[in-house]
Design a binder for this molecule. Sequence first.
Ligand code: ADP
Length: 400
Amino acid sequence: MSVLREEAFIDGAWVTALRGGSFKVYNPTDGSCVGEVPSMDIDDARNAVTCAHTAFNTWSQSTAKERSDFLKSWFNEIKKNTDELARILSLESGKPLAEATGEIAYGNSFIEWYSEEARRCYGEVLCSPFKNKQLFHIKQPIGVAALITPWNFPMAMIARKAGAALAAGCTCVVKPAEDTPLSSLVLAYCAEQAGLPNGVFNVVPVERSNAATVGKYLCESPLVAGVTFTGSTTVGKLLYEQCAKGVKRISLELGGNAPFIVFRTSDIEKAVDGAIAGKFRNCGQTCVSPNRFLIEDKIFDEFVAKLTDRIKEKLELGNPIILPQNKQRLGPLINLSQLEKVDCFVKDAVAKGAVIHCGGKLASYLTGGLFYEPTLLSNITPNMMCYSEEIFGPVVSCVK
Ligand code: ADP
């Protein structure tokens, strides 16, 4: 039986949206439809939060061993379904299949780790400054955790947030990214198979047009005890502000502007290998992707020439499900707005004097319209957008 699920998962049941309605999930490789999920709004989110809040009464009272056992079963179910889950993840995100399979193992390692840590929620006994008082800390679950997650790691970002929350005795409501809700529903399917009690793990797919209202509700609802978010800095700041009203706990993992620094004393071959591995994973769409390549002037030309050659010989754009031999697959960007952003950064840099060594344009010879050629730019200066803003695409920008 396929693990693909096209309904939301609330209170242990597969459900449609209260008001009906659904949205399609498209394969960025060719624009085909991979699935269709309920288009949920604030009332569905409220329903999920209420169920999670009720489930918290019993889940928070479960023993550490019980929670550990549930998480271990969830880990085993995910492991068992790795191939199908990786395929669905690859289809909806455009991530090369080998990387998608890697993501499942990586994400699942958090669930395994938390299944073990669930047993070790120890407190602490302190030295008391008073003869007649004893002081100690105990750790207690806070309640319902709301998880708002991105499309670039559709499985792992949920796994590591939910693993921690569930191990501590909290319950979860997940709002997955609108581009990649199917992976989160497979996680729910695995949770169901693992026998996680009803209401402990809930998934509410929401269209982009409803993300702001549902997000605001999750930040402001008194039934939600904590919000955890991975995504853009702009949205993170907004959620921070919204959580401030209720002094709600929030954890944010936002954008980056990672430098990649090469000194003249470096082993240039190794630096080139590192640049390819770091920059082109998930087509540059990871928060730790190097954004600015800072290269010492004495080796600048050599590094640029070698990296350009390596890009041309090693990377191959194409269908993420079909992996080439002896080459690294580069898939499409996730959606049109991401593609336009990357293209805008390149055009801005070129207009301000950057030099294109390879790529620099849409790979219009491939279907789908979302493939961008791996690109290397030099002559980068701080006034260019790609110097200070997260590129999130297959573009190397070299600064002397
Ligand atoms: P990106 O621009 O890379 O898609 P986002 O930060 O917009 O990054 O998206 C990350 C997650 O945040 C997704 O689940 C998305 O639906 C959600 N999101 C986007 N806007 C809001 C918002 N205003 N409030 C809450 N969540 C939001």
